[in-house]
Design a protein around this ligand. Sequence first.
Ligand code: GLY
Length: 357
Amino acid sequence: MKKYGVNELRKMFLDFFESKGHLAMKSFSLVPHNDNSLLLINSGMAPLKPYFTGQEIPPRTRVCTCQKCIRTGDIENIGKTARHGTFFEMLGNFSFGDYFKEEAIHWSWEFLTEVVGLDPDRLYPSVFESDDEAFDIWNKEMGIPAERIFRFGREDNFWEHGAGPCGPCSEIYYDRGEKYGTGPEDVMGGEGDRFMEVWNVVFSQFNNDGHGNYTDLIQKNIDTGMGLERLAVVCQDVASLFDVDTNRALMDEVGALAHCRYEEDDKKDVSLRIIADHVKSCTFMASDGIMPSNEGRGYVFRRLLRRAARHGRLLGIKGLFLKEVVDAVVENYGGNYPVLVENKDYITKIITLEEER
Ligand code: GLY
């Protein structure tokens, strides 16, 4: 398997779904539009909710995106585990009342096995426990033996994020092999690092009013979410999100400033990961017009930036240094997000002013 880079994988995904009649749309802003239920966009489908509910007409009934997202629920764990970061990009293909389970499953398999070249024998689908239709597509149409298709309950295979469109889902896991774990948690659907959930294909057909009341949407939709960096972890066969090429480049930059190297000292590694992740989030937040402040999104910005600055001190870096990391973010992500290049001076100013404070 070729070890594609993050920037290559993003393009491969969008090109593939364009070839299947999708409109590749630019990432929406991190700032939700007309949606009080969210502080920051946290999934590929979040900015598309009005298209799922039928409130707004989409530019096409098939759309694909690579959406910038921020999740800060688990901020204290960032840097300490392989799985947590605040900023991530989510690849998604979406159908608004167009295709449904069959095409979505076929195309996810085709992309992973034929375009990216993952070994089909290492891929395991799961379905919602009562979803015989999805089970049969995997089994009878895709030829996956029944014992390799897992039926899981609501916690794993019913996707929803607060209020809005939701539904049962089918997830695709990749077996990364014994070198990533042999414990009791390293089983399909377990918490270990061996089996990694790569893609979530949601059969979005209900609306949750935010209080657990479900109604049928006027149309059946597809909403998929695949973390770009997770795909890169599998493809590049590396231990964690932080080890993929783009994140390594950011950590190398911080390491050069701190005169240390990643993977030499566990404590320093935590600081390197935190700085890379948090400065990436702050760079993207500034580029979407968010300013550091004491409330809401601005507080998330302030908190992440101050954590990054503090970890710089822990690494022994003297003076202002975040600008250099912003430069590395722009260098690695500016190809797909030209706004980072266009607004680099502004972004740097906002971040440096806050760092000085
Ligand atoms: N909306 C599907 C996902 O984020 O997994």
